[in-house]
Design a protein around this ligand. Structure first.
Ligand SMILES: Cc1cc2nc3c(=O)[nH]c(=O)nc-3n(C[C@H](O)[C@H](O)[C@H](O)COP(=O)(O)OP(=O)(O)OC[C@H]3O[C@@H](n4cnc5c(N)ncnc54)[C@H](O)[C@@H]3O)c2cc1C
Length: 159
């Protein structure tokens, strides 16, 4: 969802992302990286909880079974991430390159295989550090739910 509006600094784009999985967090990070102060992003994720001022993934005891499967990230996608995100993500101990290059491989950059829970952790860390531009809301979005909307609004005001 996007909501363009005028502010003192000029045009401001408000973006709401439902779901803080790899795609939602990557998109938030990319928007923030390319648009800077021109964008305010809010990401809702039902598998997060507050931990002080930060937002973290819920544990298994809290009802979140972290996914351990290994996924393949193509170089067309990972090379688009900001350099500092790539540096955090690609610790040599946490990925392998076991698949051959394909149409989504750029130059000599091979597909990389990593645990999805590790990707989620590494994308959430820098998002927590960009609180001025990316609001992380630990809540499930239920379209049409009035009570839930009120709770979300209250939750958003506290962040
Ligand atoms: C066994 C297995 C192997 C796989 N292997 C690969 C692979 O090799 N390569 C690959 O690319 N993919 C693979 N996948 C798929 C992989 O899981 C997806 O690529 C990846 O999870 C997509 O990320 P996503 O952010 O789009 O979605 P998800 O990871 O599903 O994230 C969506 C997020 O949205 C949240 N959410 C949903 N609805 C709401 C709501 N209403 N309110 C708030 N939050 C909400 C969910 O809690 C979730 O965290 C595999 C999947 C499985 C099961």
């Amino acid at each position: 969802m996007t909501h363009p509006e005028e502010s003192e600094e000029g045009s401001l784009l408000r973006v709401t992302v439902v779901g803080g999985g790899p795609v939602g967090l990557s998109m938030a990070r990319l928007l923030e990286h390319f648009l800077g102060a021109q964008v305010k992003i809010t990401v809702f994720e039902g598998r997060w909880r507050k931990d002080g001022r930060r937002v973290v993934w819920k544990s298994q005891e809290e009802g979140n079974v972290r996914r351990q499967q290994v996924v393949t990230v193509q170089s067309r996608q990972y090379l688009a991430w900001p350099q500092y995100v790539q540096e955090r993500l690609f610790d040599p101990e946490h990925f392998t390159e076991m698949w051959p290059s394909g149409p989504d491989s750029i130059g000599d950059h091979h597909p990389r295989n990593m645990r999805i829970a590790y990707i989620e952790d590494k994308l959430l860390e820098p998002a927590n550090e960009k609180r001025d531009r990316i609001r992380l809301i630990p809540a499930q979005v239920r379209p049409g739910g009035t009570a839930r909307r009120t709770r979300l609004a209250a939750c958003a005001r506290h962040l």
